[in-house]
Design a protein around this ligand. Sequence first.
Ligand code: PNS
Length: 164
Amino acid sequence: MKTFLFPGSFDPFSLGHQDIAKRAVKLCDRLIVAVLNNRGKEPVFSAEERVSMAKECMSEVDGVEVIFHDGLLVDLYRQINASAVVRGLRGESDFRIEAEMAAANKLLLPEYDVILLPCSAEMVFISSSTIKEVAYFGGDISRMVNPRIVDFVRSKIAERKAKI
Ligand code: PNS
């Protein structure tokens, strides 16, 4: 049983994430999409909201589970007996970050490995930060997130904007 782990903060889950997950699941028997906390970023969406958005986006794809993990990625990797982590690459700057993260994780867990999938051309400019920025100013995010979560993302960002 080959289990791949697709971790991220998914704040929110984008069409880019969806594209990587759909391609990754074809390369393994089971894909675990894991919502984690990135200590370098303050999430806009709660852990429950991020899990629920990822579940909605993955609901039509077989072989995918979505979970939340509050802790180190390598601990989850060991717990689920993962064969590899999958991460998407939009460009050169992502590669640098991913190479650093992979090296640190490998120091913690020697059997740790990572598969870096280049994102599809139409996803190169989609990031969770862009989605939040566009939604904040009332722009159209319908080509950046799954239609199932567009309204939720818009309303959550609008609600936050109203509070500021
Ligand atoms: O979507 P992101 O923010 O690029 O994902 C980064 C994430 C959440 C995968 C990373 O920050 C992470 O693994 N966090 C869990 C804590 C951990 O293991 N940190 C060590 C990474 S070297």
